[in-house]
Design a protein around this ligand. Sequence first.
Ligand code: 8IG
Length: 277
Amino acid sequence: MNSPFDLDDPKTDPHAVAQAAARVIAQRTDAERHDIAVVLGSGWGGAADLIGETLATVDHADLPGFHPAAVAGHSGRIRSVAIAGTGRRALVFGTRTHYYEGRGIRAVVHAVRSAGAAGAHTIVLTNGCGGLNPAWAPGTPVLIRDHLNLTARSPIEGADFLDLTDLYTLRLREAARETDPRLEEGVYVQFPGPHYETPAEVRMAKVLGGDLVGMSTALEAIAARQSGLDVLGISLVTNLAAGISDHPLRHDEVLEAGRAAAPRCGRLLAAVIERIS
Ligand code: 8IG
C-alpha cells in the first residue's frame, strides 16, 4: 500500500508524517498546541493521572505513523492533560515503540517528532531500567545526566551534525531536584535488547561510565534535540542489572517494582511538569 505517511518508505519525509500526526492530535484534543510532552516507560504508567485532568485521548491507531502498543503493561493511548495549576497542556504518551521491535528507527522516534510538531518545547522521557549502583534499590528514580548509545544507530538522516553537549538539559535536572532533593543522576546506556545484558556486558557498561542500562530513551533524546526540544530524562530503577543482582531478571518483577514505585514516581512527575511547563 502506498501511503504518503508510510515511515517504511525511504521517500517519505518522517518530519512531514510528524506534522500530519500533530494536526490530528490538535483536532482530536481541541488544543492548538501542547506545551510539554511526556513518554511513560515501564513502571511509569500510573503517573499520568497525577499530572492533571485528562481532557481528551487519541488512539495510536488513528495517528499517521503510529503503531499499536507492543509491550505488556503499556497503554496504547495518547492523552491530552490539563497541567494542574498552570493552564497548560501536556501530551502524554502511554507507551513507546522500542528499537527491538524492528519497526525501524523512524518509528522509534516518531512520538518525539510528533510532540515537537504539536508545539512542545520540552519532552520528559521516562523509562524503567536496570541499575548498576547497588545502593539504588528497585523503585529508585534517577535523573539521566548523559547517555551511551550502544545501538550504533542514529535517528538522524543526512548530514545534520547535531551537537549533543548538554543533551539532557541542566536547568530541567535542577528543577527536578528542587521538587525532590534526594534525586541522584546517572549515565544511561541504551542497549538494543530485547534480551537483558550478560553480567559481562553490565561490567562493560560500568567500565564505559554507565550507571543505568535500558532499551530506550537515547535515540529518542537525540531526535528530540534535533527537533529543538529540551529533554528531561528520568529512569526508574526497577531491577539491579544482571550480575549486580544475585538472581535472574524477570519482566513481571520489573512490573511489580513499577507498581510499588508508582505513587512516588507519579508525585515526582506531576511536580516536575508543573514546575517546567
Ligand atoms: I525495566 O536490566 C529494564 N529494562 N537493557 N537491562 C536493560 N533494559 C532493562 C532492564 C535491564 N530493566
